[in-house]
Design a protein around this ligand. Structure first.
Ligand code: BGP
Length: 464
């Protein structure tokens, strides 16, 4: 089936500062939490490739933005690295700012709209040592950083995002102990989640102020990006399965959706967390802060659904409450390299949920992509990687997005993750996501894969 993108549907690329820039000690960049983890335990990273490298975007941003233009993309999301923009006294680092100014003017020259995110899991280490997101002082430091960024780049960047996937920070670092500092503690996880919600809301307040004070144009927009994986349970659920689904959805999705659409946290979830003794204190004035958290639009990163069932035990090995167990759907189709289920209909279901429950909030697909290991296996005679699996993946997702739009979802566009192979956290360069290959043996040289030509066609066929 041919894909016909609607006329005003935007198509772009998503990436992030810490996964692409490299130059980790250049231009006054401070150490961030990934550098600290790499320094203290490099064997945790695939092939011992730590955070230092990125994909050399710092040197190659002009080439990369030209490649985007060449494919017909109209927009590009990346992130400012907090550790590059700010110095240890929380003042602007002019050299760091200079790099992002160059990126902005290059994007402008190429006619690519820049979407700028402020935080992509990259806490400066000196703030992490002060307690990171567990400490409310760090929330203040983030607000100072956001204010500085809005003022510095307000004339150059129109589309802003406070956070990428704020749920990942508490989940991966503080609840599941997968990422440094490897904590498994529900109460600390909720403190992080709550402080991120305050940080988001205070940054939105700063954004509005910067607009009033003329630093940002009237049509500037602020948003939040999260991985609102639509949760599912068994096909014949018990009441306990449905309760597990409600809690999973409540903590991971509704928490952020209510915040950005209504300026509050879901009351039923807060009550339950309070009853279980893991909800942080809501101080006087906090509700007013959260009320500022409403955004202009939303980014939805979609890779896989989440499937849950009633937990076998009500508490985990630490005695912390357990609200669900994973459910393995027997019909699941897997991306075996990443261990993620491929379920393109999830974008449609999310679109319908938004239509029903948050009809005034527009959204776009801010990340979607497929990471595959050992892609050199698929290199054809002409030297190009024949990534038909990626074409099929994107095509299926775009088809469901088109159907969601037909059925009334306000989905405005699509950003592919990551257009150019990049550093995937502790998986480093194991799974490649790009439609453009990065050759690590040839000084980060870029080469189109088959999917790049395909996406160019899709964009060319957009309704005129
Ligand atoms: C999202 C993140 C990205 C990116 C992507 C793919 O959750 O926002 O930063 O990394 O997932 O995941 P991974 O790189 O872990 O394979």
């Amino acid at each position: 089936m041919e894909i016909h993108l609607p006329k005003h549907f935007f198509m772009g690329a998503a990436m992030s500062g810490p996964q692409t820039e490299g130059a980790y000690k250049i231009g006054g960049k401070l150490e961030n939490i990934w550098d600290t983890w790499s320094d203290c335990s490099i064997s945790d990273f695939y092939n011992k490739v730590g955070s230092y490298v990125g994909n050399n975007f710092y040197e190659r941003y002009e080439e990369d933005i030209r490649l985007m233009k060449d494919l017909g993309l109209d927009s590009f999301r990346t992130s400012i690295q907090w550790s590059r923009l700010m110095d240890p006294d929380q003042k602007l680092n002019k050299e760091g700012a200079g790099f992002y100014h160059k990126v902005c003017s290059c994007a402008r020259e190429q006619g690519i709209e820049l979407f700028m995110n402020l935080y992509h899991f990259d806490m400066p280490s000196y703030l992490f040592r002060r307690g990171g997101w567990e400490n409310r002082e760090v929330v203040e430091a983030y607000v100072t950083y956001a204010r500085t960024a809005f003022r510095e780049f307000g004339k150059e960047i129109c589309y802003w995002f406070t956070f990428n996937e704020p749920i990942v920070e508490p989940d991966q670092r503080y609840r599941d102990g997968i990422w440094y500092p490897f904590v498994r503690d529900a109460k600390r996880g909720m403190a992080v989640q709550y402080h991120l919600s305050l940080a988001h809301s205070l940054a939105v307040r700063e954004f509005k102020r910067a607009k009033e004070e003329g630093y940002l144009p009237e049509d500037a927009r602020i948003g939040l990006i999260n991985c609102f994986a639509p949760p599912y349970t068994r096909e014949d659920p018990s009441p306990k399965d449905l309760e597990a689904l409600r809690m999973e959805d409540g903590i991971r999705n509704r928490w952020w959706l209510d915040l950005v659409a209504e300026g509050r946290l879901p009351e039923d979830i807060v009550k339950r967390l309070e009853a279980d003794g893991i909800m942080p204190e809501i101080r006087p004035g906090d509700k007013e802060i959260l009320a500022e958290g409403k955004v202009d639009w939303l980014g939805f990163n979609y890779y896989h659904p989440s499937r849950v069932q009633a937990p076998e035990k009500r508490t985990d090995e630490n005695g912390d409450p357990k609200y669900s167990d994973p459910y393995v759907w027997p019909k699941a189709r897997m991306n075996i390299y990443r261990g993620w289920e491929i379920y393109p209909k999830g974008v449609y279901d999310f679109g319908m949920k938004m239509r029903e429950e948050y009809p005034d909030l527009k959204f776009f697909i801010s990340e979607n992509g497929m990471g595959v290991e050992h892609e050199e296996r698929f290199r054809g005679e002409n030297g190009e990687i024949q990534d038909d699996y990626r074409i099929e993946f994107v095509k299926e997702h775009l088809e469901w997005i088109m159907k969601a739009i037909e059925d009334g979802a306000q989905c405005m566009g699509y950003h592919y993750w990551a257009l150019i192979d990049n550093w995937s956290w502790n998986n480093a360069f194991k799974n490649r996501y790009g439609m453009i290959e990065v050759d690590l043996a040839e000084n980060y040289q870029r080469r189109f894969k088959k999917s790049a030509g395909w996406i160019r066609e899709v964009i060319n066929n957009r309704e005129k």
